[in-house]
Design a binder for this molecule. Sequence first.
Ligand code: ZN
Length: 118
Amino acid sequence: MISGIKKDTGSFVYMRLKKHVCPDCGQPVFLKKIKKKIKSDSRAAKNYDFHIGDVELKGTVKFIWYEFRCTDCGNQFTETEMREFEVAEKKREKAEARAAKKAEKKAQKQAKKESKKG
Ligand SMILES: [Zn+2]
């Protein structure tokens, strides 16, 4: 018997309106609904939050949430994992852009030097 249901749809804008790609292979992802029944006194319970506000659910609770699933490799990612990946990806892109700019400046300097020489 189920004593409670805890549903977590995540951020509507982030999950449903923004486009995401698979962190592993870059292919499009789709939203997959996950349902799991967890007993509050089982070992798995420590990985789940049985609270809804101030109320703690006891017994068998049905957890419902959404994860991103890759259309190609089939790997699944939680909202948190996807956010972490995208933040890291943005940082990497910025660092690459900075490095490219630096290299360009260096090349320009070098070219100037050589034109002076000549
Ligand atoms: Zn993939």
